[in-house]
Ligand binder design. Structure first.
Ligand SMILES: Nc1ncnc2c1ncn2[C@@H]1O[C@H](COP(=O)(O)OP(=O)(O)OP(=O)(O)O)[C@@H](O)[C@H]1O
Length: 733
């Protein structure tokens, strides 16, 4: 393979630090392997060269490619992940007596147990009792908090103030300290300690630092945009004053801010940490065609914090096509067309911003019998506790005998969480199944339950008893009734220890209600669908989150759920800050640049507005440019595009030129339907949520947002123009 001029420049870099800005698919690995081989050729001692990769599979890939390219018998340098570096440093500092020996907690449950204990100690110090603090989800959030303190190297109180961990989490700071004490007491450490402990020891002791410095002449590090503060500080410390650091990455692909990464690690922070560096771009992608490269350039253009770098497709790349469609129907059609062309399903990947958005797709694939696999098996729709519970409510309506089934009752009483310990729920369910009556007020079974817990559980039992009488209702209506009766939205939001998690659960509810409505009047079909056992099928289409797709590529990529509020993710309670919007935009950029031959963007339609990122990506312009380039010079007039400057720069980089014109504003703006006004007090019927009354009309008069109080689905905000609604005359009987 002949390296490009840009790649050759990186390989031939002379003295000092270097920063390589590599767009997606630009052959980073190829270039870094060539750089290492060149350094070895120049006589650099292999043991004085360290290569750091982001994860184990990247490391193995790199080692294999290096071994394949190196002359036989050539000793090779260390290729490590930060993780393995942490292991080694911890072992060394322990041997030197600078760190107390500790054992690594490798299973999640071990850490959860320790954090439970730390939480109990922290709770003993606060006045009001707080059972929710011991919920699995909240403990998971605490684990995240503790890991982030160590990734960011900040005092826990500072981090807590900066981040929004939601209600009832202010014991986190004290719990962190207790967790640290417990770890020390039992001689244990977590994964984050692998770097945190050595780094703290080294930063506190100049003598110790001197013992680990001076061993390296070159450090080459991949995916630099996603390293956290602890990793960067450790790197600076090991490199010392003498080693030359080459950081390779793409600030536009920094998607781990929530884990402590920052887009400016690759920008200003690099020079702040290491001093001057030579900048090298790797701007040619070998992954996809012009249309996608152009669209990706458009998609990221609105970000302020980004490198000014154009990504250009290499001439021999697949001629990627771009498309836009709606919902699961769009997915099914795309997969059918793909197979019709003789392509395999395992060449396709469906990307979602969050797992909740995969639920309608899973159900559609299940209905059609199309094999699929999930990057996380616990996200199979029928394994989600909330889905099991909702299916359980429907089943109970159809099969009243389930009222005497203790396991079924325990499932329904326990979801969404009533914040009551599991053993108590099981005991209560067993009694209710047996007696079919709510216990007397002084029954020992109710002892120790707080009044609001009693009220919640009693209301749920009343709902369960009521359900068989509602068996004739369509599933969507029945579920909407259940959701309202158990105050699911409120409970889910409260139970989630992170705001976005709560919102994802509430979104899941929405998705399920919409799905139930699609199945019309056939509850059995819906129940059957939710209970159908499925397993990952290796020959099936992969469903994964965008985060899980980092560094990967597929011939066909379908990005589903490209709706406002879903992607970018935000809500009224959790509005987008400029910084978060930029992170969401980088995530979108990562998502679309995974495709090799075809990219399909899907939005949901209905009352979901298409994501702003779809318009920003100017995919139609990009498609038109692609076609015009493929057709060669024609007599056609100028090509009208939204950003002639950007398209012009792209063509110039290719050495091509096309006559361009700017689209007029009217052509760029979305068409708006002429709308008669909505007004407070009007009644309407929604295809999913049923009947409701308008309580608020606001926003653009031509495209108002309405808030409707539905009889069975609670209060909802809808984009009037897009919602499947019809106005009805007066309140229905
Ligand atoms: N100069 C080149 N000419 C042709 N193909 C190249 C060149 N450089 C890299 N490639 C090809 O591009 C693809 C991606 O390269 P490589 O595996 O080195 O990059 P990567 O580091 O995995 O990708 P990314 O840049 O997305 O992280 C490979 O198929 C590789 O053969």
């Amino acid at each position: 393979m002949r390296l490009t001029e840009e790649q050759r420049a990186v390989v031939a870099h002379g003295a000092g630090h270097a920063r390589v800005a590599a767009v997606a698919g630009s052959g980073k690995t190829t270039t870094m392997v060539a750089r290492v081989l060149t350094l070895l050729e120049q006589g650099v001692t292999p043991s004085r060269l360290l290569v750091l990769m982001f994860n184990r599979s990247a490391r193995e890939d790199f080692q294999a490619r290096l071994a394949a390219m190196a002359p036989p018998g050539q000793p090779l340098p260390d290729v490590r992940t930060f993780h393995s570096l942490g292991h080694r440093l911890t072992a060394t500092l322990t041997r030197w007596g600078a760190l107390a020996p500790r054992e690594l907690l490798t299973a999640d449950w071990q850490l959860e147990r320790l954090l439970r204990q730390a939480t109990q100690r922290a709770l003993a110090e606060v006045a009001e009792p707080r059972e929710s603090a011991l919920d699995a989800e909240r403990l998971e959030a605490l684990a995240h908090f503790c890991a982030l303190v160590k990734a960011e190297m900040v005092p826990p109180a500072t981090l807590f103030e900066r981040l929004d961990f939601g209600e009832e989490t202010d014991h986190f700071v004290a719990a962190f300290d207790h967790a640290e004490a417990l770890l020390a007491e039992h001689g244990l450490m977590s994964y984050s300690d692998l770097l945190y402990r050595p780094l703290r020891a080294l930063e506190a002791d100049a003598g110790l630092r001197a013992r680990v410095q001076g061993f390296l002449d070159h450090v080459i590090i991949d995916e630099y945009q996603d390293i956290n503060v602890a990793q960067q500080r450790l790197l600076a410390l090991l490199a010392g004053r003498d080693a030359a650091v080459m950081a390779v990455g793409d600030a536009n692909q920094c998607i781990y801010e929530w884990r402590g990464a920052h887009p400016d690690t690759m920008l200003e922070r690099f020079t702040a940490t290491f001093g001057e560096a030579v900048d090298y771009p790797l701007s040619t992608t070998f992954r996809h065609g012009h249309a996608l490269a152009l669209s990706a350039n458009h998609a990221i253009a609105a970000n302020r914090r980004r490198p000014d770098q154009l990504c250009v497709a290499a001439p021999g790349n697949p001629d990627t096509s771009l498309g836009l469609d709606q919902g699961s129907r769009g997915l099914l059609q795309a997969l059918a067309a793909w197979q019709h062309e003789g392509r395999r399903l395992d060449e396709a990947c469906v990307l979602v911003r969050s797992w909740a958005l995969s639920v309608p797709l899973q159900l559609a694939l299940l209905r059609e019998g199309i094999p699929f696999r999930l990057a996380r098996e616990d996200r199979f729709v029928f394994r989600l506790p909330l889905v099991q519970a909702l299916a359980g409510y429907l089943m109970l309506a159809r099969t009243p005998a389930l009222l005497a089934d203790p396991a079924h009752l325990a499932l329904l009483l326990g979801q969404p969480t009533p914040f009551v310990a599991r053993e108590r729920l099981v005991a209560l369910a067993t009694r209710l199944a047996e007696t079919q009556r709510w216990p007397e007020r002084h029954d020992p079974l109710l002892e120790g339950l707080r009044p609001h817990q009693k009220r919640t559980l009693k209301r749920r039992w009343a709902l369960l008893c009521e359900l068989p009488r509602l068996a004739a209702w369509p599933p969507a209506r029945l579920l909407a009734h259940v959701v309202e009766a158990v105050e699911a939205e409120k409970v889910l939001k409260r139970a989630a220890a992170r705001r976005d998690k709560g919102e994802e659960d509430v979104r899941l509810l929405d998705v399920l209600l919409e799905q139930a409505a699609e199945l019309g009047n056939d509850p059995d079909a819906f129940i059957e669908l939710l209970r159908r056992p499925v397993e990952n099928r290796e020959d099936g289409v992969l469903i994964t989150t965008v985060h899980g797709a980092k560094g990967l590529e597929w011939p066909l990529v379908v990005l589903a759920g490209a709706n406002e509020e879903d992607f970018p993710h935000y809500s009224r309670d959790n509005p987008l800050s400029p910084q978060r919007l930029e992170e969401e935009r980088r995530l979108f950029y990562v998502a679309i640049t995974r495709a090799r031959e075809r990219l399909l963007l899907l939005h949901d339609g209905g009352d979901h507005r298409p994501s702003r990122f779809i318009a920003e990506s100017a995919w139609q312009d990009a498609e038109r440019v692609r076609r015009r380039l493929a057709a060669g010079a024609t007599e056609d007039g100028p090509l009208a595009v939204a950003c002639p400057d950007l398209v012009g720069r792209y063509l110039e980089a290719l050495g091509e030129s096309l006559p361009l014109a700017a689209l007029s504003r009217d052509e760029v703006a979305e068409p708006t339907a002429p709308y008669a006004g909505f007004s407070v007090g009007q009644w309407l019927r929604h295809a999913v949520f049923g009947e409701g009354e308008i309580h608020l009309v606001e926003g653009d008069p031509a495209n108002p947002v309405i808030e409707v109080r539905f009889r069975h689905a609670g209060r909802r905000r809808l984009i009037a123009r897009r919602a499947p609604i019809e106005l009805i005359a007066g309140e229905p009987a």
